[in-house]
Design a binder for this molecule. Structure first.
Ligand SMILES: [Zn+2]
Length: 519
């Protein structure tokens, strides 16, 4: 006991308070050791020091020897050290690794590894000038894990820490990653460390890249198994995604409960696109083909559109996240889409006949001048054309009705030249009017009607299309928001929102005041 007391006072590290605390623990331990002297051979850790491993029978002696600096005995007792002679570069600095191990060891009087001990060990390893992988292999998984467990969080940052992490045995690094909080719970410094680690990870280490990505953004990554062409992520896509997502407000990405999966498929079209699915899935799925060059495919926009010529892949990432932000805000279900400033959208859903009735009324031409029954027949035929994907068949169908032959020549002409007829040819989803029709399509009373998705009908004020950031923005209210979002967050030297402001300054202000401030 006297010898032990002596070595306690000789402990090099820790404040007085720490020493006293350790002594108190020591007394408890001695009691417990007595109590269990004849008990099971696998002794349990004292409850007061739950993180301590089972006492090593040689531990007390080993620590005594270490504390008096008996290097020869210490070497004999060193746990897990390689038997082979160290590599030449290590020979010079092997004491640094030894010393780090000592600092990271438990002993009879050393019940916990203090911040200060872990910090000293880290500094020794940080300053080691030999190959770091050999150094960390020699340190060993157990001590590496102790280092990562005990090093203050504030020091778990920067290139040196990441280099040591990368050089550590794989299990130690994995354990460090698994111990981190996820997504929105990460501190800024931890996000920065993860970014450095992600950058330092080889392209071939996909599983590790995915793990780091999932922790950083709190999403599940993988192949989109709901698509026939579902395929696992590659490094190129993950890196481009990381760079894009890191520029968005955290509340919209890792803090967004409507964005929980990040999947991939590949239709073989270069940078094809992607989709968002809300409900229980809460997923963004990206469609792209691996390979340099495929990420900057010419954008589908017209000259003057804010999104013309931007990086296609990055734009699609922002677009799909924009859908998740819309879901989080409930934007599409609110009053905003209907406002003239946002497009003056009306949504008919699957109630196509309501849209057809409004088309005829707003057109206020030949069809609306027919008698009530004839007009109802025309609206029915509009529905037939939509269901049968035959938007150009309206007049042919109308002419089969008995009343047609009884019309005067000018009445027939008025029906045939009603803008509704031209609109029907353009507005079905298969005709992709947002891309293909001039100015989105033939306006009826100022509104463009369209089948946004199969059996989902909308209309918008054509005049608002002059503020578009892309053609696709005018497919549907949700696409309007997603494209405006993509434009708003398009990186621009002039500042956030500048691209959107180029086309639509009122919506830029709206994004400043609402979307960008989302919590
Ligand atoms: Zn979309």
């Amino acid at each position: 006991v006297n010898a032990r007391k002596g070595s306690v006072s000789a402990l090099p590290q820790g404040a007085l308070g720490v020493k006293i605390r350790r002594r108190a623990v020591l007394i408890k331990r001695e009691k417990m050791t007595k109590a269990t002297a004849n008990g099971p051979t696998t002794a349990k850790s004292p409850t007061s020091a739950p993180t301590r491993p089972a006492p090593n029978p040689a531990g007390g002696l080993a620590d005594l020897q270490r504390s008096v600096g008996n290097a020869a005995v210490t070497a004999l007792l060193r746990q897990g050290s390689p038997e082979a002679p160290p590599a030449p570069g290590l020979m010079i600095q092997r004491d640094a690794v030894d010393d780090a191990r000592k600092l990271l060891s438990y002993g009879a009087f050393d019940w916990a590894i203090t911040d200060s001990e872990a910090t000293k060990a880290f500094n020794l390893l940080k300053d080691f000038s030999g190959p770091r992988t050999a150094m960390m292999t020699r340190l060993g998984e157990k001590y590496a894990s102790r280092l990562f467990d005990n090093l203050p969080r504030t020091l778990q940052v920067g290139a040196d820490f990441v280099a040591i992490l990368r050089a550590a045995p794989a299990k130690s690094m994995k354990a460090w990653l698994e111990d981190l909080p996820r997504g929105k719970s990460l501190k800024p410094a931890q996000k920065s460390t993860l970014a450095t680690l992600f950058d330092a990870t080889d392209n071939a280490e996909i599983a590790l890249l995915k793990q780091i990505f999932e922790i950083r953004y709190d999403v599940k990554t993988g192949a989109d198994t709901s698509e026939a062409t579902g395929v696992e992520w590659d490094a190129q896509g993950l890196r481009a995604s990381w760079a894009t997502l890191s520029l968005l407000p955290p509340a919209q990405v890792e803090g967004n409960s409507k964005f929980k999966q990040y999947l991939r498929y590949d239709k073989g079209n270069g940078m094809g696109g992607g989709y968002y699915q809300g409900g229980g899935a809460k997923l963004v799925s990206m469609d792209y083909t691996s390979g340099a060059g495929s990420f900057t495919q010419a954008n589908v926009s017209e000259a003057g559109d804010a999104l013309a010529g931007v990086n296609r892949f990055n734009k699609v990432v922002r677009h799909e996240v924009g859908h998740a932000v819309d879901a989080k805000m409930g934007w599409g279900d609110g009053s905003e889409p209907a406002k003239e400033a946002r497009g003056g959208w009306k949504q008919y859903g699957s109630k196509a006949p309501n849209a057809f009735k409004e088309m005829v009324t707003l057109s206020n031409a030949g069809i609306s001048k027919l008698g009530e029954d004839a007009r109802a027949d025309v609206e029915y035929e509009m529905w037939w054309c939509a269901v049968n994907k035959a938007g150009g068949s309206l007049i042919t169908r109308v002419k089969t009705h008995k009343w047609w032959d009884k019309l005067k020549a000018e009445e027939k002409t008025a029906v045939e030249t009603d803008p509704v007829v031209a609109a029907m040819k353009q507005c079905l989803v298969g005709a992709t009017p947002w891309y293909s029709a001039a100015n989105g399509g033939t306006a009826l009373g100022g509104r463009v009607f369209q089948e946004s998705y199969a059996d989902t009908w909308t209309s918008y004020l054509q005049s608002t299309r002059s503020r578009k950031v892309s053609q696709y923005q005018f497919r549907a209210p949700g696409e309007w928001f997603a494209e405006a979002y993509a434009a708003y967050y398009e990186p621009d030297d002039r500042g956030k929102g500048s691209k959107l402001a180029d086309n639509d300054s009122a919506s830029k202000t709206y994004f400043d005041d609402t979307v960008d401030k989302l919590k």
